[in-house]
Design a protein around this ligand. Structure first.
Ligand SMILES: N[C@@H](CCC(=O)N[C@@H](CS)C(=O)NCC(=O)O)C(=O)O
Length: 205
């Protein structure tokens, strides 16, 4: 069985887990708890992914796949699933929403790293820049909430949903729902999917 380097808190791992649930592939994966932290390269993980990042998938033939979107697309192909629209406007829209969600996650994680530095080394200018970009992105995605609602759940939807849930998990002070009521309604409905419920980040673990 393919082995997934996994953690219950990583939003990128969550993308893969949502795909696995949606595609009914979870029973075909072995999960290995792997700790990945920017300042603590994980030797065991690095044997499979020299970048020391999760998620990383080790296939039965020993080949490895990363990063999250590559693993998601692999799973989707394995199950001939609907999570990666193949052509036309739906394809580009799903990839753009995916890039939007991943870009938000990248910014939030760097923001969190900066926030957790000691006062002496923390850059307020960086923190302000992250906040500006995240808030501008939220305003834009709010305008696209109706289009999200109107299209079938795919890699774009699940990645944006993971980014919004990550704000709830690590950035509750952002109060992102204020000023984004349509997006909040869409996220609330998406969060009811069994795949989303089964993969909610755990504070413990
Ligand atoms: N672009 C990557 C990002 C993965 C990522 O940064 N994962 C974090 C955990 S949430 C990680 O492994 N961090 C360790 C590090 O950056 O060294 C993906 O989509 O899989």
């Amino acid at each position: 069985m393919p082995t997934l380097h996994w953690s219950p808190k990583s939003p990128y791992v969550r993308k893969v887990m949502i795909c696995a649930h949606e595609l009914d592939l979870l029973p075909r994966l072995t999960l290995v708890r792997s700790v990945a932290a920017m300042l603590q390269p994980n030797e065991r993980l690095m044997r499979d992914n020299p970048l020391s990042k999760i998620p990383t998938l080790v296939l039965e033939d020993g080949n490895t796949l990363f990063d999250s979107v590559v693993i998601c697309e692999y799973l989707n192909e394995l199950a001939a699933g609907p999570l990666f629209p193949r052509e036309g406007a739906a394809k580009w829209q799903s990839l753009r929403w995916h890039a939007f969600g991943d870009g938000l996650l990248d910014a939030l994680i760097l923001w969190r790293n900066e926030r957790e530095r000691s006062d002496a080394t923390r850059s307020q200018a960086l923190i302000d820049a992250f906040e500006l970009k995240v808030r501008a992105s939220l305003r834009q995605v709010e305008k696209e909430a109706a289009a999200l609602q109107a299209s079938g759940f795919n890699i774009g939807h699940l990645t944006l949903a993971c980014a919004l849930s990550y704000m709830d998990f690590r950035f509750d002070a952002l109060v992102w729902r204020t000023g984004a009521p349509q997006l909040a309604a869409w996220h609330g409905a998406a969060s009811m999917r069994p795949s989303m419920r089964a993969t909610e980040p755990q504070l413990q673990g």
